[in-house]
Write a protein that binds this ligand. Sequence first.
Ligand code: UD1
Ligand code: CA
Length: 452
Amino acid sequence: MLDILVLAAGKGTRMRSDLPKVLHPIGGKALVQHVVDTARQVGGEQILIIVGHGAGKVEEKMAAPDVKFVLQAQQLGTGHAVQQALPQLRNDATVLILYGDVPLTRAETLQKLIAGVNEKKMGLLTVNMQDPSGYGRIVRDNSGAVIAIVEHKDASDEQRKIAEINTGIMAVKAALLQKWLPQLKNNNAQGEFYLTDVIAMAKADGVAIHVEQPDAVEEVEGINNRQQQAALERFYQKQKANELMVAGVTLLDPARIDIRGTITAGRDVVIDVNCVFEGDVVLGDGVVIEPNSIIINSKIGNNTHIKAFSHIEDSVLAEHCDIGPYARLRPGTNLADDVKIGNFVETKKAVIAKGSKVNHLSYIGDATIGSKVNVGAGTITCNYDGVNKFKTEIGDNAFIGSNSALVAPVKIGTGATVGAGSIITKDVEAAELAIARSKQRNIQGWERPTKK
Ligand code: UD1
Ligand code: CA
């Protein structure tokens, strides 16, 4: 039985932000969301978030069936924070204590920490730091057993030399917390109720401290300012890039990719520099993505080629499509196999069937286009009258001449042709030619004006 506490009441003064600290992102996801996701991964049945500063915003963002919020109106210390949650803890539960501003702890590390916990043993996650200043130090006896944590401000010069520090993360039986926390005192350098004082109480009660350490120090690093946020973001992105390469993706430069969500990639995918991925992105086998492209919540089929500077959002592309450079595929774009969308083309709610081409400088919105259609340069679907949106339907094998305006609602039949520069306001039947432009006049003997 596992209850998980997430301490998230602190102010985060050094972020200098209107947003509560724990809602700032790493990899596009709020810090505290990372923590709650990990809490679920380790099997937390009840997740209690201790909120204080910006409580309303945190509760709004994090509300979920397995999450409860506990208000710590005044922040009187980490021990005080846990005290607020005591009434919610289930008596037989193991309690894992996490921090809303420490986003990257791995579930495996926490699992190891929880594994050995019982009435006679609690778990403590520590790490060795080159510069331990500011942190609580782990004090051990001659046999190597942990006997206390001393906060930096309360520590002697000798204790300040200890490199092993408290990450703050611990696992302990609820019954022991129920016993120990009411005994905490705040007669220390900061006048706070320190959670860390329970270690000395454990020692006094004959409860052993089982210590675990993370694989990487970044797993236990918290975020207090923008520099630390940026540093942890880079660490996170490096990990994500590495996962992609392990999965067989070629990254032209693993330091120049940003993943703010998940990528699922097939075999032999190539991603060039400065691409950004958001939400859930699925890339088929052999997909090539050229530099500076942004792909959001989209699915790209096998062997589709995204050329440089393309922006693709909430779209589905089938196989062997050719996109960009400088294409903008907006939500609801759905392309069948072998479709070509060229430079400076914008699509929105556009369903385009196999082998059709929109190669240059067009807007295709609220449109259905059949197969093997050629849409000439500069063609626009006029889908909006200022109030309502209307649909354009184009049949298979139609040919739309350059610089045409298709004023929706309008249908262009199968195999129909629209002459260049036409403004089409009436349906065109199958195989018809529609020309809707003024006739050309050539004037003979005309003289250019001359300078007076
Ligand atoms: C704490 C530990 C210290 C450890 C360090 C690791 C204590 C007394 N000290 O110190 O041993 O090395 O973390 O980073 O526990 N919080 C609340 N309510 C409060 C106070 C804090 O929710 O009343 C939350 C904060 O939002 C933050 C976390 O608890 O997420 C840690 O608080 P902080 O004040 O940063 O603790 P430290 O002094 O850094
Ligand atoms: Ca801290």
